[in-house]
Ligand binder design. Sequence first.
Ligand code: F3S
Length: 773
Amino acid sequence: HDVPRTQAADLALRTPPYQKLLKRLEEVRRVLGSTRQLTLAEKILYSHLDNPEESLLTGTQNGKDIRGKANLKLKPDRVAMQDASAQMALLQFMTCNLPSTAVPASIHCDHMIVGETGAKADLKNSIAGNKEVFDFLESAAKKYGIEFWPPGAGIIHQSVLENYSAPGLMMLGTDSHTPNAGGLGAVAIGVGGADAVDALVDAPWELKAPKILGVRLEGQLSGWASPKDIILKLAGQLTVRGGTGYIIEYFGPGVESLSCTGMATACNMGAEAGATTSIFPFSPSHIPYLEATHRGPIAQAAQAIASLPSERNLLRRDPEAEYDKVITIDLSTLEPHINGPFTPDLSTPLSKFKSVVEEKNWPRTFGAGLIGSCTNSSYQDMTRSEEIVKQASAAGLKPKADFFITPGSEQIRATLERDNTLQTFSAAGGTVLANACGPCIGQWKRTDDVKKGEANAILTSYNRNFPGRNDGNRATMNFLASPELITAMSYSGSTTFNPMTDSIPTPSGTPFKFTPPKGHDLPSAGFADGVAELQPTPGVPDPSVDVVVDPNSTRLALLDPFSPFPDSELTSLRVLYKVKGQCTTDTISAAGPWLKYKGHLPNISENTLIGAVNAATDEVNVAYDTDGTKSGIPELAKRWKSQGHEWLVVAEHNYGEGSAREHAALQPRYLGGRIILAKSFARIHETNLKKQGIVPLTFANEADYDLLSACDEVSTRGLLDVLRSGGKGEVELVLKKGGEEKVIKTRHTLSVDQSAFVLAGSALNVLAKNAKA
Ligand code: F3S
């Protein structure tokens, strides 16, 4: 049965603090001078600064070179967490002993639900298999006043768009596709749990001021081209690293022709280009979307702000604002694109796809077409796909590939059911999966007869397509495209089929050709709310709730605070492992089967560095103790920990590249790691290490990497002074070897705050202390 969703109290919590932000924008203008022109992303970000003057003027030339230079200390309005990452975020938050979260927050149970036979059975099995974790999340949510969206309620980013995102909002989400909310004009950034805790306890969250990449949209989409194609094309141009350190800001006349949900799709996949986030300006389509999702008053407030003169207008860029780079896309001539396999930036226009498939000898057939997910399950996406199905059904056709549909939320599912869209998919042979991540996060129990290791293709409307991502088979080629294109291609089952030009023979023998799909941006009868059981719990704290963590659990473990830095230099640190070559966050903390231990630090630490190559022997995950005893890396780390020997890791370039996975910093710290000494670090991981109390150092002379071997002992010189002076000075490592003493000069990037984290033992210890005070 349907229930009313948004109550007046919720709406107040869901409205960005516009008056405060407008005041803050005035202050930013005062600091930077009234003539300074700002982009939209800058306006929203800088209006969320804790102290604009300090952030914008420190380390910059009087605020002229903020981007890429300034360290922004931000106060986000909201936090969203998905079930897998929420566990460690909440465990960390709990150590601060606060009665409630400082900003509104939500938890979404979506990642731990499989996609196999269909929504009902899959949901039941997944809830049974993860009950302990879901119970923990729900009880913590109730205690601290976090809205809890139960399993099956929807995928984090779709639920956020429907309920929380709003023009001018700034939010953090513990998931890399959090930027999806930028479709509704928010600055929404994906982070690790420790960063989310900053916002949850009202501590400023630090971000190096991003550069801004302007994407100018001209013309208007038509025919088969969809909003997904904007980002598929852009990802091809930028590559997976091209957006790193940038916010992608869309502008230009083409914006006004796009649906709100279409803009969200483009923002969602900005993550595939490595962008910090993506954002669209306030646009006419935001108003009906906010109204249809029960947030009419937010639409009115935003509209009023968007009409203010430029200098006070929080929701539009200044007319002369400059971008660091500009890319122009003409929507009128944009073709559908297909990206992949194995990387989201391998982009091919549909008209060339057949020849590329033939040239590269990719599979000519594909086994499954999967539509929906957080990227593409809007009413517009689904009704355009439905129209394709109706055309094919009328011609007597059935899909040749397996066809799966993942609604992004209960609201969209219930609406599509009411409007008979889901029935159309099911009648055509499609399987409607739970409102959850399912196959997108590898929770897909594929039932067709593809063997592990066998090359095969699938088409999805998702956003990621790394090897093994969907079905655990690294040989499965996942090609990314719009849902309507996938739906049409599923009827031929062929990767070389172009529905814009090719025909399919019908049972009667006559050729059938699709006409371009038409859909509806929004349901004419409004959105249905869905079943009562899948509504969120209210965001009101209840101190009487006990958050129960079974001490014998293998899935969850309460965290013990890390001990503070000693009142002395570190002496007799041993080299646990000297890593050769690439060392990503996957190398340091593997995913796959280990995901189930995300809330249990001792258990997940059993995977620490198991992908690392031993520089002396080329073996993977083979470490040697001082007496030559051979073991896995986690075993040696545990043994040294039990013997009271702290350790360091020696590594090469870009240590910790990949994701923001905080477990890659938490685990070494838990096992007794004190220093990572590398040739260079990936920026986010370097910050994560400092937050967990590990000191990242780089070689002043890269060649010194050769001086060190596993089991060598080093002592620090100068580190204590550096920490006590807030990052001033240099650190040397003194290596005693063969009766000789060698000094290794290093560099560090410890700021004042980060020095305090290391001294206290972790950022969390600082937060907990401040919270108590
Ligand atoms: Fe879930 Fe895939 Fe999106 S894992 S959050 S549906 S990217």
